[in-house]
Design a protein around this ligand. Structure first.
Ligand code: SAM
Length: 526
């Protein structure tokens, strides 16, 4: 079609896919109680089919050898079908993809799954087991010698053709979900590892006595190192380069938040770490009326919290937020449900190990040491809760002000979602934040949220959440992941300033240049 596929297009497509998956999962989960055995249907396949029907897959033209437009080394995927949707690996199941070039076939990509992430140390060499060798279906599986055909032949041909092969690694991890009584699950994350060359191949005897093919691939030098390898290396060496503080929260958070500075060795200026917003004692915040559920909250008229959310629980059982809403109600202290209720997510605090680090041009910033799946809760923005008039008097130090009610996130994705899949159960009307009267100032009191920088192409968004009071003028500001975020990638949200609207105490327009570095950068913060 000759369409230019940009990085942004790829990210948008994946976000939409992930949002559809969460929506479908929400619907499935809402039915669990009604059924003895929940349907284990493949939401990923349904979602990818929907996107395909709307012609929203990218890089669907001729198969590509080498770099795929819009996809970067280190990109992470939760489902294998995402690889097909963005065009880095087309078969949903097969491990080897290939194309026809002239008279021969050449490999384009392989998925090396089955590995646990501690197996792959610093080595750039990958030994890949050929495909085939098992025949017959369930119950009557037989093994036979692997043949030098299709994918195996394509990999062999790539040696003398000196053509690069994309490698996607599937790493397994055992995940326990706290909010719901489900057994620990093995979760695979697929990471795009970059381009490799096939160096040699041989035949050997496999586990079952039949012969198999093995291929040796070597990573082409000069590509960025995978972040999780970097993280592991520094954990192993114990002395982390640039470490200036072990825990900026001084034990206040469940996980320590270290501070690293490889730029100039300075420490962040002091502030008081608080995990909850501080408000004037004269705001008498009343407790909300809670729900009466004792047998699990669900998307029904019985749970009054679900009703406040438009008739649905806004989270999946795994803790992912389903979609951005003007205001989300979690169950709270006045509810009868237990702390493990799946409508309690952000109130439990951070779950991902975060790190404050010195950037080159934006002061301090925040990143995660682990992979974060799309929809996960990251952290709150805490500080002193001020009325707008008070905040306006603090113009001298306005770096850490967060205006509640101005954090309206880009709705286009979510609007796109409802037009794309109108059959999906959509929620009823949602509440919105009342007025725009309050600001959080994190200059003197704050948490890790105060270090998160702005980006014109952000990977987080700020969600208004209520649970411990019902004053809609001052919800909690909670950050959630808008996409899958690999380790060490800076966490950012859109500050939503209006250009030429920020003024100093004399009423002069202030301006600040943006150094987010994204392709979509508008050049100005305000
Ligand atoms: N970087 C801050 C620090 O060192 O404490 C943490 C973020 S603080 C809430 C907001 C301030 O960070 C802004 O007023 C600006 O000085 C800086 N900042 C955030 N995002 C930026 C960006 N994209 N470009 C330039 N400066 C940025």
């Amino acid at each position: 079609k000759g369409e230019v596929v940009t990085r942004n297009k790829v990210r948008e497509t994946l976000r939409l896919f992930q949002a559809i998956c969460r929506k479908l999962l929400q619907e499935e989960e809402s039915k669990v109680k009604e059924r003895e055995h929940p349907n284990i249907f493949r939401i990923d396949l349904v979602a990818s089919k929907l996107l395909r029907e709307k012609q929203m897959w990218v890089n669907t033209g001729k198969p590509i050898l080498g770099v795929i437009p819009g996809v970067e080394v280190g990109d992470e995927f939760q489902y294998r079908v995402e690889l097909a949707i963005v065009g880095i690996h087309r078969p949903f199941q097969g491990g080897i993809d290939y194309l026809k070039k002239g008279k021969e076939i050449l490999a384009t990509s392989i998925v090396a799954s089955g590995g646990y992430d501690d197996e792959t140390d610093s080595s750039d060499v990958l030994i890949y087991l050929g495909s085939g060798g098992t025949v017959g279906g369930k119950g009557e599986k037989r093994v036979e010698d692997q043949k030098l055909e299709r994918g195996n032949l394509a990999l062999k041909n790539s040696i003398h053709a000196r053509s690069p092969v994309r490698v996607i690694r599937g790493f397994k991890e055992l995940k326990t979900s706290e909010s719901h009584e489900t057994r620990p699950k093995v979760v695979t994350t697929y990471t795009y590892d970059g381009l490799y060359m096939v160096e040699k191949y041989w035949q050997e005897q496999g586990n079952h006595g039949c012969s198999v093919f093995k291929f040796q691939l070597r990573r082409i030098p000069g590509q960025p190192e995978l972040a999780f390898k970097q993280v592991k290396k520094s954990k192993k060496s114990r002395v982390q380069e640039g470490l200036v503080m072990d825990d900026i929260s001084m034990g206040e958070e469940m996980l320590p938040i270290c501070v690293v500075n490889t730029v100039d060795g300075e420490l962040p200026p002091p502030f008081k770490y608080v995990t909850k917003a501080i408000h004037h004692p004269w705001y008498n915040l009343s407790s909300p009326r809670g729900c009466d559920c004792t047998n699990g909250c669900s998307d029904s008229n019985n749970c009054s919290c679900a009703v406040k959310n438009g008739g649905e629980i806004p989270f999946n059982f795994n803790g992912a937020i389903v979609e951005a809403k003007p205001l989300v109600y979690e169950c709270g202290p006045s509810c009868k449900c237990p702390p493990s209720c799946h409508n309690r997510v952000s109130q439990h605090g951070m779950k991902f190990p975060l790190e404050v680090f010195k950037t080159q041009s934006r002061g301090w910033g925040v990143r995660s040491l682990a992979s974060i799946p799309s929809g996960s809760f990251i952290c709150e923005y805490t500080g002193e809760l001020l009325e707008e008039i008070e905040a306006e008097q603090r113009t001298g130090n306005d770096e850490y002000l967060f205006d509640i009610g101005h954090n309206y996130s880009d709705q286009s994705l979510w609007d796109g979602l409802s037009t794309l899949i109108p059959d999906l159960q959509t929620s009823g009307p949602c509440d919105v934040v009342d007025g725009v009267g309050f600001t959080i100032d994190a200059a003197k009191y704050g948490n890790v949220g105060r270090f998160i920088n702005h980006s014109c192409s952000p990977n987080l968004y700020a969600q208004n959440v209520l649970y411990d009071h019902d004053d809609k003028r001052m919800p909690h500001i909670m950050f959630f992941a808008a996409e899958n975020i690999p380790p060490l990638q800076e966490l950012t949200y859109h500050y939503n300033y209006c250009i030429d609207q920020v003024r100093d105490s004399d009423g002069n327009i202030k301006r600040k240049d943006c150094y987010c570095g994204s392709q979509e950068c508008t050049g100005r913060l305000y």
